[in-house]
Design a binder for this molecule. Structure first.
Ligand code: CP
Length: 357
């Protein structure tokens, strides 16, 4: 069963097609889609969300489909994940049954399940996301997992193309690590890095020494950039990174030390309050724009003057979440078409009505 778990697992042609579709939904303001009519998706959230949840629900409704949102453990049973587990504790239902049941009701499933922040190998290998996807008989859309946020990446790519035009070669995006009171997962920085390098942008990862991104993700990004004659470099000087940049993409993340020495990581992070996007830093750019996936902590990650100023693109990014979700839903519907017969039905619902008529 094909899924949308991350973009780098899919052909370049699919990535480009989805990007074009998101841009088209923005231009056309599409509110109805033949492909979506009568389709359904269940959205399972193991973690909070404002943008992903609402944009996916609204995208489905505007296209003519139905979305059901489930918040795991709040109005559903609590789920067990492990194979072979003896379920004599708090968890009343195994994820295998939950996903198996939803696969029989819905044409596609979405899931948000964040990083553990305690087990690097489990997070890097996307263990929970893959467990969920393997239990599904319908396409699964990743609504943000331990290491990737493909919905955000597509919206960000469409935002960049809308702002700068189709050709992003020669543009430089700074992926700027910022201070944050909490150690956050790496899904968004990973996806932003892969997205920008796949678009052929030059990328500077500006971060303190202890906050390296995963070597596999860095290697994939370097390979994308090389295919365009572009580059991926790392710096530990945020001011210098901002000099002449076209985009400052700010994001806090915990880095590998969270897994090996969380107390030390917390100490380093708490002392790094100067890693913040200020008006002075934006002034060092080449009329650059500020991006952030949101939610963002004002005057911790970025100053009010930047967020409320003319260089801020964060609300356009959020708007593009809706356009991108429509493109992603249509992709999922395409994947699920052969699954109409998965329950042994010879006819889908519309064909049945026609046949009876
Ligand atoms: N950017 C993003 O995914 O926002 P939510 O966590 O609110 O969905």
């Amino acid at each position: 069963m094909p899924h949308l778990l991350d973009w780098h697992g899919l052909d370049d042609s699919i990535w480009k097609q989805q990007l074009d579709a998101a841009l088209l939904h923005h231009r056309a303001g599409t509110t109805w889609s033949h492909a979506a009519r009568g389709k359904s998706i269940a959205l399972m959230f193991f973690n909070p969300s404002l943008r992903t949840r609402t944009s996916m629900e609204l995208a489905a409704t505007q296209l003519g489909a139905h979305a059901t949102t489930l918040v795991a453990g709040q109005g559903t049973w609590s789920f067990a994940w492990d194979e072979g587990v003896v379920m004599d504790g708090a968890e009343a239902e195994h994820i295998n049954e939950a996903v198996g049941v939803l696969s029989r009701y819905y044409d596609a499933l979405g899931v948000r399940v964040f990083a553990s922040m305690t087990d690097y190998e489990k997070d890097r290998s996307e263990q929970l996301l893959h467990t969920f996807a393997q239990a599904a008989d319908v396409p699964v859309i990743n609504l943000e997992s331990a290491f990737h946020h493909p919905c955000q990446a597509l919206a960000d790519a469409a935002t960049l193309k809308t702002h700068f035009g189709d050709d992003l070669s020669g543009k430089r995006l700074v992926l700027a690590w910022t201070h944050h009171p909490k150690a956050l997962p790496m899904a968004v920085p990973n996806s932003a890095l892969l997205m920008a390098s796949r678009l052929g942008m030059d990328v500077t990862v500006a971060r303190p020494d202890s906050y390296a991104l995963d070597p596999g993700v860095m290697a994939q990004a370097t390979s994308y950039a090389a295919a365009h004659g572009a580059s991926v470099v790392e710096m530990d000087d945020l001011d210098a990174a901002c000099d002449g940049a076209d985009v400052i993409y700010a994001k806090a993340w915990g880095g590998p030390m969270v897994y090996t020495d969380p107390d030390q990581e917390a100490q380093i992070r708490q002392q790094a309050t100067d890693w913040r996007i200020t008006a002075d830093r934006m002034a060092r750019t080449q009329n650059g724009v500020f991006m952030h996936c949101l939610p963002v902590r004002r005057n911790v990650v970025v100053d009010d003057a930047v967020l409320d100023g003319p260089q801020a693109l964060h609300l356009l990014q959020s708007e593009f979440r809706l356009h991108a979700q429509k493109a992603i839903l249509e992709y999922a519907w395409d994947l699920c078409t052969p699954a109409n017969a998965r329950n042994g039905h010879a006819l889908n619902g519309h064909a049945l009505v026609s046949a009876l008529a």
